[in-house]
Design a protein around this ligand. Sequence first.
Ligand SMILES: [Zn+2]
Length: 442
Amino acid sequence: MLAIINARIVTVDEQGTIINSGTIVVDENGLISQIADGTISHTSDKVIDARGAIVMPGLVNAHAHLGMTLFRGLGDDMNLEDFLSRLMPAEIRMLDHEAVVAGTELGALESLLGGITTTLDMYYLPDAAQEVAQRSGMRIFSAPNLLEGDGPEPLPFDARMEWAEQWLIQANATGNDSLNWLAPHSTYLLGEEHLLRIAALAEKYNAHIHVHAAESYGEMQLVSNRHNGRTPIQVLADTDLLTDAVLAHGVHLTDEDIELIAEHGASVTHCPASNQKLASGTARVIDLHAAGVNVALGTDGPASGNDLDLWLAMRLAGYAQKNTAKDPTVMPALDILRMATINGARALHADHLIGSLEVGKAADIIVLDADSPSLTPIFDPHVAIVAAAGRGDVMSVIVNGQVVVHEKRVLTINHAETVQKVHALGGVVMAAVEEVERSRRK
Ligand SMILES: [Zn+2]
């Protein structure tokens, strides 16, 4: 069905295999049927000539709030707590299905053009994200977003739990594991009894957990006050939410926390752009690696990020660790590339399907620009990807065998209309934020 020829294939497989000039063949089910050195015969009707460019797995963004593109740039130069108290009430005030569709579609457009093929999303009204996923071809893993208070759905906690159960029943009925998730916001916005109820619901449906944990200095204090001096990780362990969970941020971890995370098989999604912008601290990525914890990479929401750029995240992740450790040898390029691909897939319980280019896996593939000045010359492709490539270098994007970006143009989304829709919502967004500011001053 599809073949990519003359490809410098960066597989990100177990051995980190690179094929300098090879061919990838994709079958009619969107799976990779062959990867080989040189040219191989195939019957594909569609052929992409990579002309020697890097061909690599699609990037996995393991923590984002796609719909939050609507609020991009409205939470700057402030810490997490100020950011949340400004934006969360505004979101709850103005969001509806159509608005979240508009924001998520812009997020999908930005993601796909930047080489992100899969995102673990945490946002309100998650039906909206699924509508966008179907239309755009992007893989979006979503879940009911669980807060103690009302959300824009709007639902008080009890009704929210019933709605979450319906969501999981449907996910299980359709066998769609990418929807078999619950997203309790955090241990600072949820009390012990709420967390226990969420854990019981997750256990009933074997659902995965996506939660913010140990992000900022302020959070550590809030959680300690609310949960009898415990850390967010201890609270999650005590409420049965830690096993196999995706922990967004994981910046402030004690040695005991790291042990708990490792014991429970949880993954940490490191979000270096968000952490550095909000001055949240530097995650202990090297210690997490040493403890055998799976560390993925995320952009966080576009109001805290402020963009959905995993190339930047790769760059910042490595540089921050090298600088903090005062050791440039830590976090070599392939380790960082794994964080943005296969480790993300593992965090999402989808590494059997995505995260590396291997026969039998889904064809989630990106082709970089053969003529990119910053990718010339290429002596070590892993280093080129992590230290020199950027979103502008993404030439083609394929998800599950479907070409969704061709020659830097998205095929599945109406680019101009998507941008225009979010511009048009600007007035409503600003009015909601100003209303919150006014009521805070009273
Ligand atoms: Zn977040």
